[in-house]
Design a protein around this ligand. Structure first.
Ligand SMILES: Nc1nc2c(ncn2[C@@H]2O[C@H](COP(=O)(O)OP(=O)(O)OP(=O)(O)O)[C@@H](O)[C@H]2O)c(=O)[nH]1
Ligand SMILES: Nc1nc2c(ncn2[C@@H]2O[C@H](COP(=O)(O)OP(=O)(O)OP(=O)(O)O)[C@@H](O)[C@H]2O)c(=O)[nH]1
Length: 440
C-alpha cells in the first residue's frame, strides 16, 4: 500500500516553508532516532481524515534574478511531476499574479497531473478575496485561498488534496509480485546491478511510465518468478546546485521506497560507508520496509580474511539503527553473488509477512520475563500481561502492561531480541506498541 505523494511548488517567499511546517509539525509523527532526513524538512508524513500521505517540499530557490527563479521553478515543477500524485502550486495574493507563475502553471497543466492552485497569505477573506479571482487566469482551476500563517482554509485545502488521491484499491495492491527498490548515492552501481541482472535473466517487460508515477519499473523473471525492480539510478537532473541534486535524490528515494516491499541499499565498497548512505538507509527503516544492504564493487577490494569482517563491522557501526538488515557483498562487474539477491529478497519478504501465533509469543515473553526481571520504579514493578501480533509489513506487536511509564526502551529491545532469537525476522524491522490494561 504505497502512500500518495503530495508536492509543494511555488515562487520564493510565497510561504511554502510556512505551509510545510504547519502541515508537518502538527499532523505528523516523527520517527525520532533515525538519522535525519526528516529533520531536513524535505519530506514529512501527514495524516488528514485517516488518509496518510507523504508531503515533499521540492525546494528552496535562491532569488537571484528572474531568469534563475524561472529555471529553478521549472526544475521544482519537474520533480513534482515526476514523483507526486497531487501537486500543490502555491501563489501569493500579495505578490499577485507573476509571469513565472503563468509559465509554471502551463507546464503543470500539460503534465496532466492533478494540480491544486493554492493562493496563500489570504489572512482576511473579506479583504483579500477580490484579489484571489485574478488567479483564475492561470487556467489550472479554482484558486483555494489559504493563510498558512493564520491557519485559514487549511482544512478545505486538505480535503481537496485527498479528493485527488488515487482510489484506495490501486493496481499495485492486486499485484503480488515482489517490488524491489534499488537505492543509493550516485555512482554506487545501481544501474550496473540492474543491467547485470537483466543480462542474466529473461526480461519480461519494461513497464511503460506508470499511471500515477513515471518511475520506470523493470520486471525480471528469475526461477519462474517475476520481480519488479524500481530503479532510482541515472535520474539526476542537470541542476548545477549541489543542494538541489541532493534534495532531488532524496525525494526520488522516498517515493521509490514508498512503493517497494524490499529495499536494496547499495553502498560503494571502494568508497566505504558514509553518513549519506545512512540517511538513505534510514528512509527504508522509517517506513518499516524490508532492507538488504548491498555492498557493491567487491571485486575492486583487496581481499584477505579480515576484510569482510572489518567491513561488516564498519557498516553495522554506521547503520546501528538497523541491526536486523542483512549485508551482502557483491560485484555488478563480475556478477559475483548477485544471483543470491533473489533468495535474500524472498526471505526478507517472507519475514515481513510472518505472523506468530499469540500462544507462542506469550510463551516466549514468559520465558524472557523469567530470565530477566522487568524494570521497576519507586517500588512499582512493570508487569507484562499479554503480547499479540496485530499487523505485518512490518510485523507489529502490542504488549499489554500494568503501567506504560515503567516500560523502559531497553526492556522492549530485550524482548525484541528474544523474539528475533526465536523467529529470526531477518531483514525487517519490528514495531512494538505498549498499552496499559487495568490490573485485575
Ligand atoms: N501575511 C502572511 N504572511 C505569510 C503567510 N505565510 C507565510 N508568510 C510569510 O511569507 C514569508 C515567506 O514565507 P516562507 O514560508 O519562508 O516562503 P517560501 O515560499 O518557503 O520561501 P523560499 O524559501 O524563499 O522559497 C515569511 O515572512 C512568512 O512569514 C501568510 O499566510 N500570511
Ligand atoms: N569495480 C567495479 N565497478 C563498478 C561496479 N559496479 C559499478 N561499477 C562502476 O561504478 C560506476 C557507476 O556505476 P552506475 O551503475 O552508473 O552507478 P549508479 O548508482 O547507477 O549511478 P547514478 O546513475 O549516478 O545514480 C561505473 O563506472 C561502473 O562501471 C562493480 O561491481 N565493480
Amino acid at each position: 500500500m504505497s502512500k500518495p505523494v503530495v508536492a509543494i511548488v511555488g515562487r520564493p517567499n510565497v510561504g511554502k516553508s510556512t505551509l510545510f511546517n504547519l502541515l508537518a509539525g502538527e499532523m505528523i509523527s516523527i520517527v525520532k532516532d533515525t538519522p535525519g532526513v526528516t529533520r531536513d524538512r524535505i519530506y514529512a508524513e501527514v495524516n488528514w481524515l485517516d488518509r496518510d500521505f507523504t508531503l515533499i517540499d521540492t525546494g528552496g530557490i535562491e532569488p537571484d534574478s528572474n531568469d534563475i527563479i524561472l529555471s529553478q521553478m521549472r526544475e521544482q515543477a519537474q520533480i513534482a511531476i515526476d514523483t507526486a500524485d497531487v501537486i500543490l502550486f502555491i501563489a501569493d495574493v500579495r505578490q499577485g499574479l507573476v509571469d513565472s507563475d503563468a509559465k509554471v502553471a502551463d507546464m503543470l497543466r500539460r503534465s496532466k497531473k492533478p494540480v491544486l492552485l493554492v493562493v496563500n497569505k489570504v489572512d482576511s477573506f473579506s479583504k483579500f478575496m477580490p484579489d484571489v479571482y485574478e488567479f483564475y487566469n492561470l487556467g489550472i482551476g479554482d484558486p483555494l485561498p489559504i493563510s498558512a500563517a493564520s491557519r485559514l482554509g487549511i482544512g478545505d485545502m486538505l480535503d481537496a488534496v485527498i479528493a485527488h488521491f488515487p482510489a484506495n484499491e490501486t493496481e499495485e495492491e492486486d499485484d503480488d509480485r515482489p517490488r524491489v527498490a534499488i537505492v543509493g548515492k550516485p555512482n554506487v552501481g545501481k544501474s550496473s546491478i540492474i543491467n547485470k541482472l537483466l543480462g542474466e535473466e529473461r526480461v519480461i517487460v519494461s513497464d511503460i511510465a506508470g499511471t500515477t508515477r513515471d518511475a520506470i519499473d523493470t520486471t525480471i523473471k528469475h526461477d519462474g518468478k517475476e520481480y519488479v525492480f524500481i530503479d532510482t539510478a541515472g535520474l539526476r537532473r542537470k541542476s548545477k546546485i549541489k543542494e538541489e541534486l541532493e534534495r532531488y535524490s532524496i525525494i526520488r528515494t522516498v517515493t521509490a521506497v514508498e512503493r517497494a516491499d524490499v529495499v536494496l541499499v547499495v553502498i560503494d565498497a571502494v568508497e566505504g560507508i558514509t553518513e549519506q548512505d545512512a540517511k538513505i538507509a534510514g528512509i527504508a527503516h522509517e517506513r518499516g520496509k524490508g532492507v538488504i544492504i548491498v555492498v557493491n564493487k567487491w571485486d575492486a577490494i583487496e581481499k584477505n580474511n579480515k576484510t569482510v569482517k572489518e567491513y561488516e563491522h564498519e557498516v553495522r557501526r554506521v547503520l546501528s539503527f538497523m541491526p536486523y538488515a542483512e549485508i551482502m557483498f557483491v560485484s555488478a562487474s563480475t556478477g559475483q553473488r548477485l544471483i543470491k539477491l533473489y533468495d535474500m529478497i524472498d526471505i526478507v519478504i517472507a519475514n515481513q509477512n510472518m505472523r506468530i501465533a499469540t500462544g507462542v509469543l506469550n510463551e516466549i515473553m514468559a520465558e524472557a520475563v523469567a530470565m530477566q526481571q522487568p524494570p521497576s520504579d519507586k517500588g512499582k514493578r512493570l508487569k507484562l500481561y499479554y503480547i499479540t501480533q496485530v499487523a505485518v509489513k512490518p510485523p507489529t506487536f502490542v504488549i499489554f502492561v500494568n503501567d506504560k511509564e515503567l516500560m523502559h526502551f531497553s526492556y522492549t529491545r530485550y524482548l525484541e531480541n528474544k523474539i528475533r532469537e526465536a523467529f529470526g525476522f531477518k531483514g525487517t524491522s519490528l514495531k512494538f506498541f505498549i498499552r496499559e490494561r487495568k490490573e485485575k
